[in-house]
Design a protein around this ligand. Structure first.
Ligand code: ZN
Length: 185
C-alpha cells in the first residue's frame, strides 16, 4: 500500500507492507528511491509514523543518494510481473528485430520472452533468441542495443571483433550503452 509522510518538510512516499513474521518495524530503501516500511500485523498507523519520524534524518539522507541510481531492473522476478510485461516485451522485441533485420538479413529462429534473473538475452546455436521480459521496461536505446546484440549473435556466435563490428553498424555507440546497461543490474 502506497503511503505518504512529511519528513523535515519533504513529502516522502513509501510502500507499507504488513508481514506476519515481522517482529518489529523495518525500513528498507533501494536504488531508484524505493522506500519500503515493513511492519508486523496490528501495528497502529501512528506508531509507524512516529517510528519513521525518529529516523527521518537517516531516511532523507539515504533516499537522496539512492534516487540518483537507476532502479535495478533485474532484482525482482515475480511471476505476476512476468505475466504483466511478457506481451509488451514480445511486441517490442518482434517489432525491433524486424526493423534491424532489414539491415542484417539474418535467419532468426524462434523468439521467446523469459523470466531470467541475470541475463537480458541469449541466442542459441540454431538462432533461437530469448529475451528477458524486463526489456519491456527499458528505455528505447537500451532495449535496441540488447535486441541488436542478440540478433548479431545469429551471424556471429561469439564476442569477436567481427561480432562487435556487426553490432556497431546499426548501434555505433554500443560501448556506452553496454556500460549504461550494467548500471541497471
Ligand atoms: Zn553476447
Amino acid at each position: 500500500m502506497k503511503k505518504e509522510i512529511v519528513l523535515d518538510d519533504q513529502k516522502v512516499t513509501y510502500t507499507l507492507r504488513t508481514r506476519r513474521n515481522a517482529r518489529h518495524i523495518r525500513l528498507s530503501m533501494y536504488p531508484g528511491g524505493e522506500f519500503i516500511v515493513t511492519v508486523p500485523p496490528y501495528v497502529q498507523k501512528s506508531t509507524i509514523e512516529t517510528y519513521v519520524h525518529t529516523k527521518s534524518a537517516w531516511v532523507l539522507k539515504h533516499l537522496a543518494r539512492l534516487k540518483q541510481l537507476p532502479k535495478p531492473l533485474l532484482r525482482k522476478n515475480s511471476r505476476a510481473e512476468y505475466i504483466t510485461h511478457k506481451q509488451a516485451a514480445l511486441e517490442r522485441v518482434t517489432r525491433r528485430l524486424a526493423y534491424f533485420n532489414q539491415f542484417y538479413n539474418l535467419n532468426i529462429g524462434t523468439v521467446r520472452i523469459k523470466n531470467q534473473k541475470t541475463r537480458w538475452g541469449s541466442c542459441s546455436k540454431k538462432g533461437n533468441l530469448n529475451f528477458n521480459y524486463k526489456i519491456a521496461l527499458l528505455p528505447d536505446h537500451l532495449a535496441d542495443y540488447i535486441i541488436v546484440h542478440e540478433l548479431c549473435h545469429v551471424g556471429q556466435f561469439n564476442h569477436s571483433r567481427n561480432f562487435w563490428n556487426l553490432v556497431g553498424q546499426t548501434i555505433p555507440d554500443y560501448k556506452i550503452l553496454r556500460a549504461t546497461l550494467k548500471k541497471y543490474q
